[in-house]
Design a protein around this ligand. Structure first.
Ligand code: ADP
Ligand code: MG
Length: 678
């Protein structure tokens, strides 16, 4: 970051520059070009044509078959191919071609029954397990384990014994048993989609859960579902043929493909040719199902790697961050601080009051605090910064306000009060009503907040319609209005683009438009410029400043960048190792930092260091939550530390100018700053 700190302090990082549209990155949208990608796979296309053709021919058997299925000609048995009987005749002189066509009706219908059973059972169950998680997921897991452990074919044979020669009962049973594996495939596909930031973004924008599943999750798992359906089509055909071969599926003399193979096998020494058309059809049909599945899978993955590659790369970091578990149970009971950490700002109402907020990571028998007793107030029209190095607990604090913590984390203490309501105590449904309209969020990586399969216009329109109940047409014009509000050039054109066709800066503007759709009172921005190029960063900061002035909303800005704090914030909370170490106005923080950490961070700011100078850094790194020392958590990195710091649990107290600071030696720090400025 190359900020000129003084001009930043004066709030003039430069004129707002409207983003120049980057050249689109080229790849066509994932869903539209799926067909095109599939058509490039000759084997897949040939298989599809074959399957469609054979199904149609069998369906039309009554019209096109030269003979009846049971029509015998005992004078012309086991004859080879001839003009009268293209595929020859069987032991009873029945026309093999006609029997294969009629038999295909029953056989392929049996396969269809299995596929439909699998789809009907596994899609809702797999979606529920993956999306809802928790006990639903556990129960589904147990049942699928059970189904996978029983030998399918034995169960199916038992069913045929009960429902005598009822092929469809057998195929439905087989479908239910087969669903177990497919449920797992869908569940894991949903799990990875659920982690995508655009799903979290849709949720925070207030989109209903079932709509998120239908619109954002289902399309992304459609590929694996088709692949599975195709694989199971082949397996079902094999099983079905086997059952009829054994005589427990379709009973003779009714025609079936398995029955035809059985007949051929009985005459293998008299008329070996009979096995060729009968076995051949089954062989090629199973092969076609397999090739079709392969082609669909390839076309799907190619789509992901083109359109959604960026998305996968930009998946949210916190969702995947591992946490070391060899930790003692909650030993960091810091108690609460000595002072009331809610400074009054004269003439401004509080819109959000976070009091003594603690967030814990819970695993098995352990609970580890990751955010510890954090309190601050956000006032009307104020921009409040949360600053600190990576791992300080800034994002977790921000996410807990919106009630969108990752599943492993829980708010374990404190309150988050907005308009007299404690958001912490709300149910998911009640909280959903606040998201988007009262509080909205903009994340660090704009591309991952947008679903790669839809145009950005339609995504914003979805949220607009949800919030304002507008007609499609009215929603469209509101989208354009929002895009103009976030200064997107050519708003109408941009609305028709897919996320990967936008530059990072434009995508972030779209995300801001998405957040503004519900006219929120508070905008939480978690490192909104970190993933962007330097020039674009200042444009987005400028935009946030303009929007704040235009709408009067309050902004909670999470950042590790002092340039951003200087540029945008009125006050800031400095966080270190899960707790607040200093809280003051930006001017106070810059002119006379009280905490050695604040001072250290500022000295490391590239804006304060000359070009040729080596950039200083604070030695060491933020301790992980399970390693927080019992004394001052900054102790081992601090040049002001004394023996007392290692043993005393330091509380927040009043520092210079009545600000809040968590340091025993803040006066020494102030003295040093005063020396420097004088
Ligand atoms: P910051 O935003 O300041 O970089 P975070 O708020 O993301 O930091 O993380 C604070 C702490 O919470 C980290 O030490 C991290 O280990 C822990 N944490 C974050 N996300 C998770 C998670 N999903 N599961 C467990 N711990 C997490
Ligand atoms: Mg963060």
């Amino acid at each position: 970051m190359s900020y000129d700190l003084e001009s930043s302090l004066a709030g003039s990082v430069g004129e707002e520059v409207i983003a120049v549209i980057d050249a689109p990155t080229g790849a066509p949208p994932a869903n539209l070009s799926f067909v095109r990608r599939f058509l490039k796979k000759p084997l897949g296309v040939a298989s599809l044509i074959y399957l469609v053709a054979i199904s149609v021919l069998c369906a039309l058997a009554s019209f096109i078959a030269p003979y009846g299925a049971l029509e015998q000609d005992l004078l012309n048995t086991t004859a080879g191919p001839s003009s009268a009987h293209w595929l020859g005749t069987d032991a009873l002189g029945r026309d093999i071609l006609s029997r294969m066509l009629f038999g295909g009706q029953i056989t392929l219908l049996g396969v269809l029954v299995t596929i439909v059973t699998i789809v009907v059972v596994s899609i809702p169950v797999g979606l529920a397990a993956g999306y809802l998680g928790g006990s639903v997921d556990r129960w589904v897991g147990n049942v699928t384990d059970l189904l996978l452990s029983v030998p399918n074919i034995i169960i199916v044979l038992a069913v045929t014994a009960i429902f005598l020669e009822n092929l469809y009962a057998a195929m439905i049973t087989f479908g239910i048993l087969g669903s177990a594996g497919v449920i797992r495939v869908i569940r894991s596909a949903v799990l990875s989609v659920r982690e995508e930031l655009y799903v979290a973004a849709a949720r925070t924008a207030g989109v209903r859960e079932w709509r998120i599943v239908v619109r954002h999750v289902l399309p992304r798992v459609a590929g694996p579902i088709i692949v599975q359906a195709s694989i199971w089509g082949g397996i079902a055909l094999g099983v079905e043929t086997g059952l009829s071969f054994l005589g427990v599926g379709v009973a003779a003399p009714a025609p079936s493909w398995g029955g035809a193979i059985y007949d051929a096998s009985q005459l293998v020494y008299q008329d070996a040719f009979m096995l060729v058309p009968t076995g051949g059809v089954v062989f090629f049909t199973i092969l076609a199902f397999a090739f079709l599945g392969d082609a669909v899978r390839d076309a799907t993955f190619e789509g992901w790697s083109a359109g959604a590659r960026q998305n996968a790369m930009r998946r949210r970091r916190w969702g995947r961050r591992p946490l070391t578990t060899d930790t003692p149970s909650l030993s960091q009971d810091g108690g609460t601080d000595l002072v009331d950490p809610q400074p009054e700002v004269v003439g401004r109402d509080a819109v959000l009051t976070v009091s003594h907020l603690s967030v814990t990571f819970e695993s098995f028998d352990r609970a580890i605090k990751v955010v510890d007793d954090v309190s601050f107030t956000l006032h009307a029209g104020e921009v409040l910064g949360i600053v600190g190095e990576s791992g300080s607990g800034k994002s977790v604090t921000a996410l807990s306000i919106l009630g969108i913590l990752p599943p492993a984390l829980k708010v374990s203490a404190g309150s988050i009060v907005m308009d007299g309501v404690d958001l912490k105590g709300l149910s998911e449904k009640q909280m959903a009503a606040h998201r988007g309209t009262d509080i909205a969020i903009v994340f660090q990586e704009p591309m991952s907040c947008l679903d790669p399969s839809f145009t950005v216009g339609s995504q914003v329109a979805e949220v607009v319609r949800r919030h304002e109940g507008l007609s499609r047409r009215a929603a469209k014009s509101r989208v354009i209005e929002l895009f103009e509000q976030v200064r997107l050039p050519g708003a109408t054109m941009v609305a028709k683009r897919f996320p990967h066709e936008l530059s990072g800066g434009m995508a972030q503007r779209v995300c801001i438009a998405l957040a503004l759709a519900g006219r929120p009172k508070i905008l939480v921005a978690d490192e909104p410029t970190t993933a962007l190029d330097v020039t674009v960063q200042s444009e987005i900061l400028g935009l946030l400043r303009t929007l704040q002035a235009e709408t009067g909303m309050s902004i909670l800005l999470v950042t590790h960048d002092w340039g951003v704090v200087a540029d945008l914030c009125d006050r800031a909370v400095v966080m270190y190792a899960g707790y607040i170490v200093e809280q003051a106005t930006v001017e106070q923080l810059f002119l006379r930092p009280n905490h050695p950490y604040t001072r250290g961070l500022q000295l490391c700011n590239p804006a304060l260091v000359g070009e040729a100078e080596k950039l200083p850094s604070i030695p060491g790194s933020v301790p992980a939550p399970h390693n927080w020392p019992s004394g001052c958590r900054f102790f081992d990195r601090c040049s002001f530390a004394t023996a007392e710091c290692a043993t005393t649990e330091v509380r927040l107290s009043r520092g210079d100018d009545d600000r809040l600071v968590r340091c025993l030696h803040w006066r020494d720090v102030v003295a040093l700053s005063t020396e420097r400025t004088s």
